[in-house]
Design a protein around this ligand. Structure first.
Ligand SMILES: *[C@@H]1O[C@H](CO)[C@@H](O)[C@H](O)[C@H]1NC(C)=O
Ligand SMILES: *[C@@H]1O[C@H](CO)[C@@H](O)[C@H](O)[C@H]1NC(C)=O
Length: 388
């Protein structure tokens, strides 16, 4: 009877075990309780049988919208209730029962839209978040914020997971000179990157290689982005993960010492398309530049996957739909992650050039056909309208 009771936590949620070698990792973000639930996506993740699932933020939406312009934090009991409800979601329950789960927060599970270091409930938020992940003895309790790292598997087949806390130490997003990680987290990150895995996965809520986009989704502060690139230039084998933007895409930055892939998976219950409708095609397929894109922006519900074949060194990175089918697949290898990339001509250009050139190209693609259609209509009217 007592042994049975002791076993319960292990039966219902698999614990992190760093002695395991990982070859399949899944991840996702943006799970809203007010949207139609999508338990299927959790079943699909489970069926894909990952060794580890990583939350990239916004696992719950703990903030309450205020006239569409701002949000305020909800009380702690209803906040906890959101996590409890998610834990009761049958799809998530099954995932939790069969797969190791970890994660980091972004703004909405931190407790406030676009939240930064000044959020007053960050201690309470941390307690609730670690309770949600069932990390009673978490290493993260030893410091402020929720950054953490794990190294799974032995040398030769090791994957290091670095979880970045992009909220607790972040200066306000409008502070252009601001810092995204805070001094302690930077020191820690530098140490972690000095001691990488064969593959190192750096996971956080915000998109990283998105500096030059005209539509300013939230992002790393410019100086912090450059500081991160400086560290990544000394560390081969890194893949970045991000969420937040309610779409999926796979980016590849070839402007540094090693190719830096970034997989963005966002939108388990809602995407920019389900929120804004076809209007979102204008930014997603038009205005937002594609400097680092390896493929399209994905506006369907999605989760992301990385699969490593340790025998060949091949790596498959994918964005998948609620059924688990590929929406986009990109292949690389450990060899490629450790080699000098072939630089794109855009690397030499300034950020302003990149985004302006993109806007100009988009005008040519969209505005010219529209102008032509207008002229054709005018000619037609002129020819056939008697009143003319
Ligand atoms: C907390 O918020 C919920 C929902 O907004 C509300 O129903 C509940 O009464 C609140 N509880 C307290 C203690 O204020
Ligand atoms: C969890 O897994 C165990 C065996 O691995 C099984 O007996 C149990 O029914 C599962 N629970 C849920 C909620 O899926």
């Amino acid at each position: 009877m007592w042994t049975f009771l002791l076993l319960i936590p292990w039966i219902f949620s698999l614990r992190i075990d760093e002695s395991k070698t990982l070859s399949k990792i899944a991840f996702g973000s943006c799970h809203h309780h007010k949207r139609p639930p999508n338990p299927k996506i959790f079943y699909s993740i489970t069926n894909w049988s990952p060794d580890l699932y990583i939350w990239l933020g916004d696992s719950v939406y703990a903030d309450i919208p205020y006239f569409y312009i701002a949000t305020y934090p909800r009380n702690l009991s209803s906040w906890k209730q959101l996590y409890d409800n998610l834990k009761e979601n049958p799809g998530y329950k099954e995932l939790r029962n069969t797969t190791m789960v970890t994660g980091v927060w972004d703004d909405h599970d931190y407790g406030i839209n676009d939240g930064d270091k000044n959020f007053i409930l960050k201690k309470e938020a941390k307690t609730l978040y670690l309770e949600f992940l069932e990390e009673e003895n978490s290493k993260r309790l030893g410091h402020e914020g929720i950054y953490d790292s794990y190294t799974f598997g032995k040398k030769g087949k090791s994957i290091k997971i670095i979880l970045i806390d992009i909220r607790s130490f972040r200066d306000n997003k409008w502070d252009s000179e601001g810092d995204s990680l805070g001094e302690d987290q930077w020191k820690w990150l530098e140490k972690e990157l000095n001691n990488p895995g064969d593959i190192t996965i750096l996971a956080n809520g915000l998109q990283i290689n998105a500096q030059e986009r005209w539509i300013k989704t939230e992002r790393w502060h410019r100086k912090s982005y450059q500081k991160l690139l400086y560290l990544l230039n000394k560390t081969p084998g890194v893949i970045l993960l991000s969420g937040d933007v309610h779409m999926g895409e796979i980016l590849k930055n070839t402007c540094e010492n090693f190719p830096i892939y970034e997989i963005t998976s966002s939108g388990m219950t809602h995407t920019a398309f389900t929120t804004f409708g076809p209007l979102v095609w204008i930014p997603a397929y038009g205005i937002m530049s594609f400097t680092y894109n390896t493929g399209p922006r994905i506006l369907k519900f999605n989760f992301g996957t990385i699969e490593v074949d340790w025998n060949t060194g091949d790596i498959e990175m994918a964005i998948r739909d609620s059924e688990g089918k590929y929406l986009f697949l990109e292949k690389t290898s450990i060899g490629e992650l450790y080699s000098k990339p072939k630089k794109s001509y855009l690397c030499e250009k300034s950020e302003a050039y990149r985004s302006s050139a993109h806007i100009l190209a988009m005008l040519l693609v969209y505005l010219f056909p529209i102008a032509e259609i207008c002229i054709a209509i005018l000619i037609f009217l002129r020819k056939y309208s008697r009143s003319y």
